[in-house]
Design a protein around this ligand. Structure first.
Ligand code: FAD
Length: 441
């Protein structure tokens, strides 16, 4: 059991305290659903913003500024009087004492009491047991990842521009994206569009259209969750953009100079590329295992918690887990299940506080899936209605704008898109880190 501060206990004695861990899609929706309830709602996150992950690839490809997809939590919740924000990383849960353990930004630790706990800590990248690949093939999961990737991509073109040897230039102009799911497809398509349109006329010593964007996956198709006609359309469009698609090739190794793959016939292939991005796999947040340890709940082979039909942990009706870190009906790791579970859990908690009957088990309403391929093309499967090309892109843009948090961000994103469509240029072509001479040079 951990010690709690006096201040924490005093507040708990006044009103029940609901602690929500994680301000992503699920956690933030739960907090907003608790607006007006007579309780203290504490939202804990290790970053100070909500992140709209579906548009991360547009930050990584210099299209959107980071702030447009990452509103500050304090600003988002400024009008919700019963909610407060706490910047810290939750490292453990004591289910008997009803406390969460936190690391705070100043390096200190604290324990915080709860009456009800909602954990929505999402997922983390998975290298399938090859964590050593992370250095050479960073993931695109956080805002910091996307900004670092933007610098990496832009620096590769600067290095290519400086290279006098054609082979060296070709090497710098090769970008490999591992994983042909929605994230990999969107990133590969956008990188290709950036090099072919946005960089036009910007370089004197190279033709950016010669950039080679390679999309690698062990699966036999791009966008596996989508219907065959949409997958085929995506493959054709990516190839039209110049993306080289290598399916049925599993990554065997990644090092500083590139990627080695193995095909179905066990033949090995080498792609020389200093710029590799990992978009191949995720696993549940480590907090899922922590919660399982603390409560005796089970996890599946992806590390996701098995929760009761109302999203509570078995034997612990006061602890809920939602979103990417849970397996409830094996729903996909997408924003919509997390949002709907956050909404549901808020309803369950509200009804308990009001002494009303429970709203019953969680029921998922499948609103469809979509992925963008290029600036003018997207595929969408909305309850059987299959869209592609411009209609798909319009549906995609409408849904993404609707789900972005905050009107300012919606207007800002729309303005950035309009500017890029009209001019072909991107406003965020910024490498944050200056060039530094090696020590002693
Ligand atoms: C690049 C990318 C593109 C995507 N595109 C799409 C898409 O187009 N459509 C779609 O539906 N889905 C998409 N997804 C998936 C979607 O973003 C997730 O399914 C969704 O975010 C899950 O919501 P969540 O609330 O479970 O977790 P998240 O939204 O990931 O939120 C988890 C939060 O918990 C915080 N956190 C984690 N651990 C701790 C801790 N120990 N202490 C404190 N805070 C913690 C994190 O900082 C984060 O804010 C994409 C994901 C990525 C990475």
């Amino acid at each position: 059991m951990w010690e709690t501060s006096e201040q924490d206990r005093t507040v708990v004695q006044g009103r029940p305290r609901i602690v929500v861990v994680g301000a992503g899609f699920g956690g933030l929706r739960a907090v907003r659903g608790l607006r007006g309830v007579d309780a203290e709602v504490v939202l804990i996150d290790r970053v100070n913003h909500h992140l709209f992950q579906p548009l991360l690839y547009q930050v990584a490809t210099a299209l959107l500024p980071a702030g447009d997809i990452a509103p500050a939590l304090r600003s988002v919740l400024r009008k919700q009087d019963n909610a407060r924000v706490l910047l810290g990383e939750v490292t453990g849960v004591d289910a008997q004492a009803k406390t969460v353990r936190l690391s705070l930004p100043d390096g200190s630790t604290r324990a915080l009491d709860y009456d009800t706990l909602v954990v929505a800590a999402g997922s983390t990248d998975s290298y399938f047991g090859h964590d050593e690949w992370r250095t050479h093939a960073p993931p695109m999961k956080t805002l910091a990842n996307a900004v670092a990737l933007r610098s990496r991509l832009l620096r590769a073109f600067e290095n290519a521009a400086n290279a006098e040897d054609p082979d060296e230039r070709a090497r710098w102009l090769t970008i490999v994206v591992v994983g042909a799911g929605p994230t990999g497809v969107e990133l590969a398509g956008q990188v290709a569009a950036m090099t072919r349109r946005a960089f036009r006329r910007q370089f004197r010593t190279l033709d950016p259209r010669q950039a080679r964007v390679v999309l690698v996956d062990a699966a036999p198709a791009v966008l596996p969750p989508f219907a065959e006609p949409l997958r085929e359309h995506t493959r054709r469009e990516l190839e039209r953009l110049g993306v080289e698609i290598r399916l049925n090739e599993a990554v065997a190794d990644i090092d500083a100079d590139g990627v080695t793959t193995t095909d179905e016939d066990h033949m090995r292939h080498r792609i020389c590329a200093p710029t590799v991005v990992w978009a191949a796999g995720v696993k549940a947040s480590p907090l899922a295992a922590e919660l399982a340890k603390a409560t005796g709940a089970e996890v599946d082979r992806k590390g996701r918690l098995l929760v009761a039909p109302d999203c509570a942990l078995p034997g612990h009706p006061e602890i809920f887990a939602i979103g990417d870190m849970v397996n409830l009906g094996d729903l996909p790791g997408m924003a919509e299940p997390a949002l709907q579970q956050g909404h549901h859990v808020a309803k369950v908690i509200r009804s308990r506080l009001a002494g009303e009957p429970s709203p019953g088990p969680f029921r998922y309403l499948d609103l469809g899936t979509m992925a963008t391929i290029s600036p003018g093309d997207a595929v969408a499967d909305i309850r059987g209605l299959r869209l592609r090309g411009l209609p798909g892109k319009i549906a995609w843009a409408g849904v993404h704008l609707a789900f972005l948090v905050g009107w300012r961000n919606r207007v800002a994103v729309l303005a950035e898109w309009a500017w890029t469509i009209a001019t072909g240029r991107r406003t965020q072509q910024v490498i944050l880190e200056p060039v530094r001479s090696p020590p002693g040079s």
